[in-house]
Write a protein that binds this ligand. Structure first.
Ligand code: ATP
Ligand code: MN
Length: 462
């Protein structure tokens, strides 16, 4: 018999139908004559109740059905006698695919801490929490592609191994096949990367933006959605060494268009989650964060506050609030400053623009004031920066001068500069950290808990 997923069975009104269901046992209870098994197959957060009349089942078989075991059940879909579910299954035949030793199975009991679950990342997808997070993660990935497809964007695959170390977004992981003990050396005694696999130094990408721009200057509206890597030793609840980034890039957009796109896009994604992930969001709201659903609705229904970096610094300097780090025009804002603006001052998402050029990347469009660039960061409650973006400098001379000023090797970027020589145009884009979006949508507190296998300093076990 063909398996029916539990999400379909729970909606079914086909009472009396013979069905097959497969999944993992969450709990088994009962008495001498009957066993109640709660079975989950991950298709939905809820399990289905299996009722086994013990006169029909072998005692040894029933012993194998423990928490965590995997079984296949044939039976009849019936109206549930118990509370909490509309239907249940009256079992006629049970096959045990794999038992799970009750003494050893790490998820035998409920209520493990998230920290403990991180140590068993190979098993944590079987918990309600990670099932919910992973289904929401899927829904958000799907919604991202849907949004862009519906809005005329093309999906571009940018390289994961990059030959330029000028992306400027952070420390990089080297990619090499050279012998680490005894690498080839040149006359000066330096490692000779000409003998390396690609004939030059290569790294894992920190962003697909530069390549994305090349495509936008041909296809007009593009986006990337791929893994990015940062070798920074930032052990925070918001940083991963390997994370996924979504980077739209649009020819002919200016900074305002860019902000409009970012706001519309984020609201669409959150609305999509509210419409499609209700059971999982309700579970997470109940278990971890009772303001989650209302916070998501608030963000969808209200406009994002837009102000300049300079105006933000003014607000931060005049408040009575005590910060750990000082605020001064010219310095990057710390996450405590960003969160003060969002959570205390405006009480809504904030888009900050026109940052000092010294603290932003070389490719951002220089403002008329000569001091700032047309940058924008979108700041979210509980998260801080969720999006960083800008209008790009499309003027060859200005871009070239900035590259030299910042001591970036021009020879690494000749191809990027050529787009400003041949048919340049105004354009803008941004990067959304996928896991930061998932943090916000799930209400989870730590970024390690919204990606199946987190990569952080000293952690790559699974
Ligand atoms: P932050 O200041 O928070 O470290 P950033 O300014 O270095 O971030 P960008 O280079 O602007 O980040 O990257 C674009 C987006 O990617 C950020 O807005 C954020 O959502 C996400 N992001 C950046 N670094 C990380 C990281 N280490 N782990 C997870 N997401 C990240
Ligand atoms: Mn940024």
């Amino acid at each position: 018999m063909k398996r029916t997923p539990i999400n379909e069975l729970l909606k079914s009104t086909d009472l009396g139908k013979e069905i097959n269901v497969k999944g993992w046992v969450r709990t088994k209870r009962g008495n001498k004559s009957v066993a109640f098994i709660n079975l989950n197959d991950g298709s939905i957060i809820h399990g289905i109740q299996i009722v086994a009349d013990l006169t029909n089942f072998d005692e040894n078989l029933m012993k194998l059905i423990t928490t965590g075991s995997c079984i296949s059940v044939n039976g009849t879909l019936v109206q549930s006698q118990g509370q909490g579910q509309a239907v249940e299954i009256q079992a006629t035949h049970i096959e045990v695919y794999g038992s799970a030793d009750a003494e050893l199975y790490p998820l035998q009991k409920k209520g493990h801490t998230l920290e403990f679950l991180r140590e068993i990342a190979h098993l944590r997808p079987r918990t309600n929490t990670f099932g919910a997070v992973l289904r929401i993660r899927h829904a958000m990935a799907f919604a991202i592609h849907k949004y862009f497809n519906d809005h005329g964007f093309y999906y571009i695959h940018t390289p994961i191994i990059t030959g330029s170390d000028a992306e400027g977004a952070g420390a990089m992981f080297r990619v090499t096949t050279l012998d680490p003990i005894n690498p080839p050396k040149n006359d000066k005694g330096e490692v000779n990367y000409e003998e390396d696999f690609f004939g030059k130094e290569t790294n894992l990408t920190v962003s697909g933006q530069l390549e994305g721009e090349l495509a936008a200057l041909a296809l007009s509206k593009i986006y990337t959605f791929g893994p990015t890597f940062r070798a920074e030793n930032s052990n925070t609840a918001r940083h991963l060494a390997e994370f996924w980034m979504i980077e739209p890039e649009v020819a002919f957009n200016d900074l305002v268009d860019n902000m409009d796109l970012a706001e519309d896009f984020l609201k669409y994604l959150i609305q999509y989650a509210l419409e499609h992930c209700n059971d999982d969001l309700e579970f997470l709201t109940k278990m971890y964060d009772n303001e989650l659903l209302s916070r998501l609705r608030f963000v969808v229904e209200n406009h994002f506050e837009r102000l300049t970096y300079t105006e933000a610094v003014e607000i931060l300097k005049t408040t009575d609030h005590k910060f750990e780090f000082p605020v001064d025009w010219g310095a990057d804002l710390q996450s405590e400053h960003e969160r003060y603006l969002v959570e205390k001052h405006f009480k809504r998402p904030v888009i900050l623009t026109h940052y000092p050029k010294e603290i932003k990347a070389f490719y951002m469009k220089q403002s008329e004031d000569g001091k700032t660039v047309k940058a924008m960061d979108v700041l979210f409650p509980g998260i801080g920066e969720i999006i960083g973006g800008s209008q790009r400098e499309e003027d060859y001379e200005k871009l070239h001068t900035r590259i030299l000023e910042m001591g970036i090797h021009e020879k690494d970027l000749w191809w990027y500069l050529e787009t400003r020589k041949y048919g340049t145009c105004p354009h803008a884009g941004f990067g959304l950290g996928f896991e930061r979006l998932i943090l916000f949508v799930t209400g989870m507190g730590n970024i390690r808990d919204v990606i199946p296998f987190p990569r952080t300093p000293k952690n790559a076990e699974f």
